[in-house]
Design a protein around this ligand. Structure first.
Ligand code: 6PG
Length: 469
Protein backbone atom coordinates (compact mmCIF):
# COMPACT_ATOMS: atom_id res chain seq x y z
CA UNK A 1 0.00 0.00 0.00
CA UNK A 2 1.22 3.48 -0.83
CA UNK A 3 1.72 6.14 1.80
CA UNK A 4 0.25 9.64 1.88
CA UNK A 5 3.20 11.90 2.59
CA UNK A 6 7.00 11.76 2.41
CA UNK A 7 9.72 13.44 4.46
CA UNK A 8 13.28 13.74 3.19
CA UNK A 9 15.95 14.45 5.81
CA UNK A 10 15.74 13.16 9.37
CA UNK A 11 17.62 15.78 11.33
CA UNK A 12 16.08 17.27 14.47
CA UNK A 13 13.35 19.18 12.61
CA UNK A 14 12.57 16.39 10.11
CA UNK A 15 12.20 13.86 12.91
CA UNK A 16 9.97 16.09 15.02
CA UNK A 17 7.70 16.91 12.08
CA UNK A 18 7.52 13.21 11.19
CA UNK A 19 6.43 12.30 14.72
CA UNK A 20 3.90 15.15 14.71
CA UNK A 21 2.42 13.95 11.39
CA UNK A 22 2.37 10.31 12.38
CA UNK A 23 0.63 11.12 15.65
CA UNK A 24 -2.13 12.77 13.57
CA UNK A 25 -2.62 9.48 11.73
CA UNK A 26 -0.78 10.42 8.52
CA UNK A 27 0.89 7.47 6.82
CA UNK A 28 4.47 8.42 6.07
CA UNK A 29 7.45 7.46 3.96
CA UNK A 30 10.69 8.62 5.54
CA UNK A 31 13.97 9.01 3.69
CA UNK A 32 17.43 9.74 5.04
CA UNK A 33 20.60 9.53 2.96
CA UNK A 34 22.97 6.62 3.37
CA UNK A 35 26.52 7.48 4.36
CA UNK A 36 28.65 4.49 5.26
CA UNK A 37 29.61 4.43 8.92
CA UNK A 38 27.98 7.84 9.53
CA UNK A 39 24.31 7.70 8.55
CA UNK A 40 23.08 4.13 8.12
CA UNK A 41 19.51 2.88 8.54
CA UNK A 42 18.57 6.26 10.06
CA UNK A 43 14.91 6.06 9.01
CA UNK A 44 14.49 2.42 10.06
CA UNK A 45 16.04 3.01 13.47
CA UNK A 46 13.98 6.15 14.01
CA UNK A 47 10.76 4.29 13.15
CA UNK A 48 11.68 1.52 15.60
CA UNK A 49 12.18 4.06 18.40
CA UNK A 50 8.72 5.65 18.32
CA UNK A 51 5.45 3.70 18.51
CA UNK A 52 3.51 6.44 16.66
CA UNK A 53 5.68 5.66 13.60
CA UNK A 54 4.67 2.00 13.44
CA UNK A 55 2.87 2.44 10.10
CA UNK A 56 5.68 4.56 8.56
CA UNK A 57 8.06 3.16 5.96
CA UNK A 58 11.80 3.92 6.08
CA UNK A 59 14.09 4.32 3.07
CA UNK A 60 17.65 5.13 2.11
CA UNK A 61 17.06 4.69 -1.59
CA UNK A 62 15.46 7.76 -3.14
CA UNK A 63 13.76 5.91 -6.03
CA UNK A 64 12.11 3.40 -3.66
CA UNK A 65 11.03 6.25 -1.40
CA UNK A 66 9.36 8.08 -4.32
CA UNK A 67 7.66 4.91 -5.56
CA UNK A 68 6.15 4.30 -2.12
CA UNK A 69 4.12 7.53 -2.26
CA UNK A 70 0.58 8.02 -3.48
CA UNK A 71 0.23 10.42 -6.48
CA UNK A 72 0.39 13.36 -6.75
CA UNK A 73 3.35 12.78 -4.45
CA UNK A 74 3.75 15.14 -1.56
CA UNK A 75 7.27 15.36 -0.20
CA UNK A 76 8.68 17.62 2.49
CA UNK A 77 12.38 18.42 2.27
CA UNK A 78 13.93 19.03 5.68
CA UNK A 79 17.59 19.39 4.75
CA UNK A 80 20.20 22.12 5.06
CA UNK A 81 19.40 25.18 2.95
CA UNK A 82 21.65 25.83 -0.05
CA UNK A 83 23.40 23.49 -2.47
CA UNK A 84 22.15 20.34 -0.73
CA UNK A 85 18.60 21.15 -1.86
CA UNK A 86 19.65 21.45 -5.52
CA UNK A 87 21.61 18.23 -5.34
CA UNK A 88 18.60 16.34 -3.91
CA UNK A 89 16.33 17.87 -6.54
CA UNK A 90 18.63 16.62 -9.32
CA UNK A 91 18.65 13.14 -7.82
CA UNK A 92 14.93 12.93 -7.23
CA UNK A 93 13.73 14.49 -10.50
CA UNK A 94 14.09 11.41 -12.75
CA UNK A 95 11.80 9.52 -10.37
CA UNK A 96 8.99 12.08 -10.23
CA UNK A 97 5.77 12.32 -12.24
CA UNK A 98 3.86 15.38 -13.47
CA UNK A 99 1.98 17.17 -10.73
CA UNK A 100 4.15 15.90 -7.87
CA UNK A 101 4.80 18.42 -5.11
CA UNK A 102 8.04 19.14 -3.29
CA UNK A 103 7.91 21.34 -0.19
CA UNK A 104 11.10 22.92 1.08
CA UNK A 105 10.58 23.33 4.84
CA UNK A 106 14.02 24.77 5.60
CA UNK A 107 15.20 28.37 5.89
CA UNK A 108 16.04 28.73 2.18
CA UNK A 109 16.73 32.08 0.58
CA UNK A 110 13.62 33.36 -1.23
CA UNK A 111 15.57 34.07 -4.44
CA UNK A 112 16.71 30.42 -4.51
CA UNK A 113 13.11 29.35 -3.94
CA UNK A 114 11.92 31.52 -6.85
CA UNK A 115 14.55 29.90 -9.12
CA UNK A 116 13.60 26.39 -8.01
CA UNK A 117 9.89 27.07 -8.56
CA UNK A 118 10.58 28.18 -12.15
CA UNK A 119 13.00 25.35 -12.87
CA UNK A 120 10.64 22.65 -11.61
CA UNK A 121 7.56 24.24 -13.19
CA UNK A 122 9.21 23.64 -16.60
CA UNK A 123 9.08 19.95 -15.68
CA UNK A 124 5.49 20.19 -14.37
CA UNK A 125 6.61 19.62 -10.81
CA UNK A 126 5.32 21.96 -8.08
CA UNK A 127 7.73 23.47 -5.60
CA UNK A 128 6.53 25.09 -2.38
CA UNK A 129 8.87 27.29 -0.31
CA UNK A 130 7.61 26.79 3.19
CA UNK A 131 8.72 28.62 6.32
CA UNK A 132 8.42 26.52 9.46
CA UNK A 133 8.88 28.18 12.83
CA UNK A 134 8.89 26.91 16.38
CA UNK A 135 12.15 25.03 16.75
CA UNK A 136 12.24 21.37 17.75
CA UNK A 137 9.36 21.58 20.22
CA UNK A 138 7.18 23.52 17.77
CA UNK A 139 7.85 21.00 15.02
CA UNK A 140 6.80 18.20 17.36
CA UNK A 141 3.77 19.79 18.98
CA UNK A 142 2.64 22.32 16.38
CA UNK A 143 4.71 24.83 14.42
CA UNK A 144 3.64 27.96 12.58
CA UNK A 145 3.77 27.14 8.87
CA UNK A 146 4.27 29.65 6.02
CA UNK A 147 3.90 27.96 2.62
CA UNK A 148 4.30 29.93 -0.62
CA UNK A 149 4.44 29.07 -4.32
CA UNK A 150 1.75 27.38 -6.38
CA UNK A 151 -1.75 27.84 -4.95
CA UNK A 152 -2.97 24.90 -7.00
CA UNK A 153 -0.41 22.64 -5.31
CA UNK A 154 -1.24 24.08 -1.90
CA UNK A 155 -4.75 22.58 -2.07
CA UNK A 156 -3.16 19.10 -2.05
CA UNK A 157 -0.83 19.70 0.88
CA UNK A 158 -3.07 21.95 3.00
CA UNK A 159 -4.85 19.08 4.83
CA UNK A 160 -1.49 17.68 5.98
CA UNK A 161 0.18 20.96 6.95
CA UNK A 162 -2.94 22.27 8.67
CA UNK A 163 -3.23 19.07 10.69
CA UNK A 164 0.23 19.42 12.20
CA UNK A 165 0.29 23.21 12.66
CA UNK A 166 -0.21 24.98 15.98
CA UNK A 167 -3.72 26.32 16.55
CA UNK A 168 -4.58 29.96 17.20
CA UNK A 169 -6.94 30.96 20.01
CA UNK A 170 -9.96 30.23 17.78
CA UNK A 171 -8.58 26.75 17.10
CA UNK A 172 -7.71 27.62 13.48
CA UNK A 173 -4.40 26.21 12.21
CA UNK A 174 -1.40 28.55 12.23
CA UNK A 175 -0.79 27.70 8.60
CA UNK A 176 -2.00 29.67 5.61
CA UNK A 177 -1.12 30.01 1.95
CA UNK A 178 1.16 33.06 2.07
CA UNK A 179 1.35 33.89 -1.63
CA UNK A 180 3.04 33.04 -4.89
CA UNK A 181 6.76 32.74 -5.66
CA UNK A 182 9.23 32.90 -2.81
CA UNK A 183 6.83 34.78 -0.52
CA UNK A 184 6.61 31.95 2.06
CA UNK A 185 10.35 31.93 2.56
CA UNK A 186 10.50 35.74 2.46
CA UNK A 187 7.91 36.01 5.22
CA UNK A 188 9.78 33.38 7.29
CA UNK A 189 13.03 35.27 6.74
CA UNK A 190 11.47 38.49 8.08
CA UNK A 191 9.96 36.50 10.96
CA UNK A 192 13.53 35.58 11.86
CA UNK A 193 14.67 39.19 11.47
CA UNK A 194 11.94 40.33 13.88
CA UNK A 195 13.04 37.46 16.14
CA UNK A 196 16.63 38.79 16.17
CA UNK A 197 15.49 42.22 17.40
CA UNK A 198 12.99 40.78 19.91
CA UNK A 199 15.78 38.64 21.39
CA UNK A 200 18.22 41.54 21.42
CA UNK A 201 15.75 43.83 23.24
CA UNK A 202 15.43 41.27 26.04
CA UNK A 203 19.21 40.88 26.12
CA UNK A 204 19.59 44.66 26.41
CA UNK A 205 16.96 44.87 29.18
CA UNK A 206 18.85 42.14 31.03
CA UNK A 207 22.07 44.11 30.53
CA UNK A 208 20.58 47.33 31.90
CA UNK A 209 19.05 45.58 34.89
CA UNK A 210 22.09 43.43 35.63
CA UNK A 211 24.85 45.96 35.11
CA UNK A 212 23.07 49.30 35.35
CA UNK A 213 20.82 48.46 38.27
CA UNK A 214 22.82 45.68 39.92
CA UNK A 215 20.03 43.11 39.90
CA UNK A 216 20.69 39.38 40.14
CA UNK A 217 19.44 37.03 37.39
CA UNK A 218 16.71 35.86 39.74
CA UNK A 219 15.56 39.43 40.43
CA UNK A 220 15.52 40.11 36.69
CA UNK A 221 13.53 36.92 36.17
CA UNK A 222 11.05 38.19 38.79
CA UNK A 223 10.68 41.48 36.91
CA UNK A 224 10.22 39.76 33.54
CA UNK A 225 7.86 37.26 35.06
CA UNK A 226 5.69 40.09 36.48
CA UNK A 227 5.21 41.19 32.83
CA UNK A 228 3.80 37.81 31.89
CA UNK A 229 0.05 37.83 31.52
CA UNK A 230 0.19 41.50 30.43
CA UNK A 231 0.43 43.15 26.98
CA UNK A 232 4.19 42.44 27.12
CA UNK A 233 3.85 38.68 27.25
CA UNK A 234 5.33 36.43 24.62
CA UNK A 235 7.27 33.23 24.09
CA UNK A 236 10.69 34.92 24.12
CA UNK A 237 9.91 36.67 27.42
CA UNK A 238 8.77 33.34 28.87
CA UNK A 239 11.93 31.45 27.87
CA UNK A 240 14.14 34.30 29.11
CA UNK A 241 12.55 33.98 32.57
CA UNK A 242 13.43 30.26 32.55
CA UNK A 243 16.95 30.97 31.29
CA UNK A 244 17.58 33.50 34.06
CA UNK A 245 16.41 31.13 36.79
CA UNK A 246 18.56 28.23 35.62
CA UNK A 247 21.34 27.23 37.99
CA UNK A 248 24.22 24.80 37.65
CA UNK A 249 26.01 23.61 40.78
CA UNK A 250 24.56 26.56 42.67
CA UNK A 251 25.71 29.19 40.13
CA UNK A 252 23.65 31.04 37.52
CA UNK A 253 24.08 29.19 34.24
CA UNK A 254 23.78 32.51 32.35
CA UNK A 255 27.09 33.63 33.93
CA UNK A 256 28.85 30.65 32.38
CA UNK A 257 27.58 31.20 28.84
CA UNK A 258 30.11 32.87 26.56
CA UNK A 259 28.87 36.31 25.43
CA UNK A 260 29.45 35.66 21.76
CA UNK A 261 26.36 35.16 19.59
CA UNK A 262 26.17 32.94 16.54
CA UNK A 263 23.77 33.05 13.64
CA UNK A 264 22.74 30.98 10.66
CA UNK A 265 22.23 33.82 8.20
CA UNK A 266 18.54 34.75 8.04
CA UNK A 267 19.19 38.01 9.95
CA UNK A 268 21.76 39.09 7.41
CA UNK A 269 19.48 38.08 4.52
CA UNK A 270 16.74 40.25 6.03
CA UNK A 271 19.16 43.15 6.31
CA UNK A 272 20.35 42.69 2.72
CA UNK A 273 16.77 42.41 1.41
CA UNK A 274 15.78 45.57 3.28
CA UNK A 275 18.80 47.45 1.93
CA UNK A 276 17.90 46.36 -1.60
CA UNK A 277 14.24 47.25 -1.20
CA UNK A 278 14.99 50.56 0.54
CA UNK A 279 13.24 49.81 3.82
CA UNK A 280 14.68 51.07 7.13
CA UNK A 281 14.66 48.00 9.36
CA UNK A 282 17.12 49.64 11.71
CA UNK A 283 16.30 47.47 14.72
CA UNK A 284 16.85 44.16 12.96
CA UNK A 285 20.10 45.49 11.55
CA UNK A 286 21.17 46.74 14.99
CA UNK A 287 20.39 43.31 16.47
CA UNK A 288 22.36 41.58 13.74
CA UNK A 289 25.37 43.85 14.16
CA UNK A 290 25.18 43.49 17.95
CA UNK A 291 25.73 39.76 17.37
CA UNK A 292 28.65 40.59 15.08
CA UNK A 293 30.24 42.92 17.68
CA UNK A 294 29.80 40.21 20.30
CA UNK A 295 31.70 37.80 18.09
CA UNK A 296 34.89 39.90 18.42
CA UNK A 297 35.36 38.66 21.97
CA UNK A 298 39.15 38.65 21.94
CA UNK A 299 39.36 42.20 20.59
CA UNK A 300 36.71 43.37 23.08
CA UNK A 301 38.69 41.94 25.96
CA UNK A 302 41.83 43.73 24.76
CA UNK A 303 39.99 47.03 24.22
CA UNK A 304 38.35 46.74 27.65
CA UNK A 305 41.82 46.61 29.19
CA UNK A 306 43.07 49.49 27.03
CA UNK A 307 40.14 51.82 27.77
CA UNK A 308 39.31 50.92 31.40
CA UNK A 309 35.95 52.67 31.05
CA UNK A 310 34.46 51.08 34.11
CA UNK A 311 31.14 50.45 32.35
CA UNK A 312 29.37 48.76 35.20
CA UNK A 313 30.08 50.98 38.16
CA UNK A 314 26.96 53.10 38.04
CA UNK A 315 23.44 52.77 39.24
CA UNK A 316 21.26 53.97 36.41
CA UNK A 317 18.35 56.13 37.50
CA UNK A 318 15.55 54.28 35.70
CA UNK A 319 12.48 52.68 37.18
CA UNK A 320 10.90 49.43 36.04
CA UNK A 321 7.83 51.21 34.69
CA UNK A 322 10.04 53.24 32.33
CA UNK A 323 11.84 50.10 31.15
CA UNK A 324 8.54 48.36 30.63
CA UNK A 325 7.18 51.17 28.45
CA UNK A 326 10.47 51.47 26.56
CA UNK A 327 10.35 47.73 25.86
CA UNK A 328 6.80 47.80 24.50
CA UNK A 329 7.48 50.87 22.39
CA UNK A 330 10.64 49.34 20.93
CA UNK A 331 8.72 46.15 20.13
CA UNK A 332 6.01 48.11 18.32
CA UNK A 333 8.78 49.77 16.29
CA UNK A 334 10.42 46.44 15.50
CA UNK A 335 7.15 44.95 14.26
CA UNK A 336 6.42 48.13 12.30
CA UNK A 337 9.75 47.82 10.50
CA UNK A 338 9.39 44.10 9.78
CA UNK A 339 5.85 44.49 8.40
CA UNK A 340 6.99 47.48 6.33
CA UNK A 341 9.64 45.26 4.75
CA UNK A 342 7.12 42.53 3.94
CA UNK A 343 4.67 45.03 2.51
CA UNK A 344 7.34 46.60 0.29
CA UNK A 345 8.42 43.17 -0.95
CA UNK A 346 4.77 42.35 -1.69
CA UNK A 347 4.46 45.49 -3.84
CA UNK A 348 7.79 44.91 -5.56
CA UNK A 349 7.30 41.23 -6.32
CA UNK A 350 3.52 41.48 -6.86
CA UNK A 351 2.66 39.11 -4.04
CA UNK A 352 -0.91 39.29 -2.82
CA UNK A 353 -0.19 39.07 0.92
CA UNK A 354 -2.69 39.33 3.77
CA UNK A 355 -1.05 40.93 6.77
CA UNK A 356 -3.70 40.19 9.43
CA UNK A 357 -3.53 36.55 8.34
CA UNK A 358 0.28 36.54 8.57
CA UNK A 359 -0.01 37.99 12.11
CA UNK A 360 -2.64 35.34 12.91
CA UNK A 361 -0.38 32.41 11.99
CA UNK A 362 2.33 34.06 14.09
CA UNK A 363 0.15 34.07 17.22
CA UNK A 364 1.05 30.50 18.07
CA UNK A 365 3.70 27.91 17.30
CA UNK A 366 6.39 30.36 16.19
CA UNK A 367 9.22 31.98 18.10
CA UNK A 368 7.78 35.54 17.94
CA UNK A 369 4.31 34.62 19.19
CA UNK A 370 3.11 37.18 21.68
CA UNK A 371 0.21 39.21 22.98
CA UNK A 372 1.38 42.04 20.71
CA UNK A 373 1.03 39.72 17.72
CA UNK A 374 -2.58 39.07 18.69
CA UNK A 375 -3.18 42.83 18.80
CA UNK A 376 -1.59 43.12 15.35
CA UNK A 377 -4.19 40.77 13.85
CA UNK A 378 -6.74 43.56 14.32
CA UNK A 379 -4.47 46.55 13.81
CA UNK A 380 -3.16 45.25 10.48
CA UNK A 381 -6.71 45.24 9.13
CA UNK A 382 -6.51 49.03 9.19
CA UNK A 383 -2.90 49.78 8.23
CA UNK A 384 0.39 48.10 7.46
CA UNK A 385 2.25 51.07 8.97
CA UNK A 386 1.81 50.16 12.60
CA UNK A 387 3.09 53.24 14.36
CA UNK A 388 0.55 55.47 12.67
CA UNK A 389 -2.36 53.43 13.99
CA UNK A 390 -4.26 55.58 16.56
CA UNK A 391 -3.73 52.96 19.30
CA UNK A 392 0.04 53.10 18.88
CA UNK A 393 0.16 56.88 18.27
CA UNK A 394 -1.45 57.27 21.65
CA UNK A 395 0.99 54.92 23.37
CA UNK A 396 4.05 56.39 21.66
CA UNK A 397 3.05 59.96 22.53
CA UNK A 398 2.57 58.99 26.18
CA UNK A 399 5.75 56.93 26.54
CA UNK A 400 8.33 58.14 24.00
CA UNK A 401 10.19 59.81 26.83
CA UNK A 402 10.52 56.52 28.70
CA UNK A 403 12.33 55.11 25.67
CA UNK A 404 14.56 58.14 25.18
CA UNK A 405 15.39 58.26 28.91
CA UNK A 406 16.19 54.53 28.92
CA UNK A 407 18.53 55.00 25.97
CA UNK A 408 20.03 58.26 27.22
CA UNK A 409 20.75 57.02 30.74
CA UNK A 410 22.10 53.64 29.63
CA UNK A 411 24.35 55.03 26.90
CA UNK A 412 25.64 57.76 29.22
CA UNK A 413 26.49 55.06 31.77
CA UNK A 414 28.53 53.25 29.13
CA UNK A 415 26.17 50.38 28.29
CA UNK A 416 25.63 49.42 24.66
CA UNK A 417 21.96 49.04 23.83
CA UNK A 418 21.93 49.29 20.02
CA UNK A 419 18.43 47.94 19.49
CA UNK A 420 16.71 50.33 21.93
CA UNK A 421 18.82 53.16 20.45
CA UNK A 422 17.72 52.24 16.93
CA UNK A 423 14.10 52.30 18.12
CA UNK A 424 14.18 55.82 19.54
CA UNK A 425 16.14 57.14 16.56
CA UNK A 426 13.59 55.63 14.21
CA UNK A 427 10.67 57.11 16.15
CA UNK A 428 12.35 60.51 16.23
CA UNK A 429 13.17 60.40 12.51
CA UNK A 430 9.91 58.91 11.24
CA UNK A 431 7.69 61.28 13.21
CA UNK A 432 9.55 64.43 12.15
CA UNK A 433 8.53 66.25 8.95
CA UNK A 434 12.01 67.73 8.87
CA UNK A 435 15.15 65.67 8.39
CA UNK A 436 18.81 66.51 7.92
CA UNK A 437 18.77 65.11 4.38
CA UNK A 438 18.86 68.60 2.82
CA UNK A 439 22.54 68.67 3.80
CA UNK A 440 23.10 65.26 2.20
CA UNK A 441 21.49 66.41 -1.03
CA UNK A 442 23.60 69.57 -1.09
CA UNK A 443 26.77 67.54 -0.47
CA UNK A 444 25.87 65.09 -3.24
CA UNK A 445 25.25 67.94 -5.63
CA UNK A 446 28.44 69.71 -4.54
CA UNK A 447 30.87 66.89 -5.18
CA UNK A 448 29.02 64.87 -7.82
CA UNK A 449 26.50 67.21 -9.50
CA UNK A 450 23.84 64.67 -8.51
CA UNK A 451 21.21 67.48 -8.49
CA UNK A 452 18.62 68.12 -5.82
CA UNK A 453 14.99 69.21 -5.54
CA UNK A 454 13.81 72.44 -3.91
CA UNK A 455 11.05 72.71 -1.35
CA UNK A 456 10.02 76.07 -2.86
CA UNK A 457 9.35 74.41 -6.26
CA UNK A 458 5.94 72.71 -6.39
CA UNK A 459 7.02 70.78 -9.52
CA UNK A 460 10.02 69.31 -7.68
CA UNK A 461 12.32 69.68 -10.69
CA UNK A 462 15.89 68.41 -10.35
CA UNK A 463 18.33 71.31 -10.23
CA UNK A 464 22.06 71.80 -9.87
CA UNK A 465 23.94 74.67 -8.24
CA UNK A 466 27.34 75.95 -9.22
CA UNK A 467 28.83 75.73 -5.73
CA UNK A 468 32.16 77.34 -6.74
CA UNK A 469 30.79 80.84 -6.99
C1 6PG B 1 12.27 29.46 14.14
C2 6PG B 1 13.69 29.89 14.26
C3 6PG B 1 14.57 28.93 13.51
C4 6PG B 1 16.01 28.97 13.91
C5 6PG B 1 16.73 30.15 13.37
C6 6PG B 1 17.71 30.76 14.31
O1 6PG B 1 11.49 30.27 13.65
O2 6PG B 1 11.96 28.35 14.54
O3 6PG B 1 13.87 31.16 13.75
O4 6PG B 1 14.34 29.11 12.15
O5 6PG B 1 16.17 28.86 15.27
O6 6PG B 1 17.43 29.64 12.28
O7 6PG B 1 18.49 31.60 13.57
P1 6PG B 1 19.95 31.99 13.96
O8 6PG B 1 20.74 30.73 14.11
O9 6PG B 1 20.41 32.83 12.81
O10 6PG B 1 19.85 32.73 15.25
Amino acid sequence: MQTKFGIIGLGVMGKSLARNMASKGIQLSLYNRFEKGVEEQVAQRFIADFPELSSAKGFEDLADFVQSLERPRKMLLMVKAGAVIDSILEKILPNLSEGDIIIDGGNSHYHDTEKRIKYLAEKNIHFIGCGVSGGEEGALKGPSIMPGGSKEAYQFIAPYLEKIAAKDKYDTPCCTFIGTGGSGHFVKMVHNGIEYAEMQLLAELYFILRHGKNKTPNEIADIFSSWQGTHLDGYLLEITVHILRKKENGDWLIDKILDQAGNKGTGSWTTIAAAELGVPITMITAALFARYISAFKKERVQADQLFQLNHFNKNIDLNIEQLKNAYYLARITNHHQGIHLISTAAETYKWDLHFPEIARIWTNGCIIRSVLMEELMTILQKTDRLIIHPYFIDFIKKHREDLSTTVGQSVAAGLDIPCFSAAINFINGYTNALSSANIIQAQRDYFGAHTYKRNDDPLLKSVHTDWSS
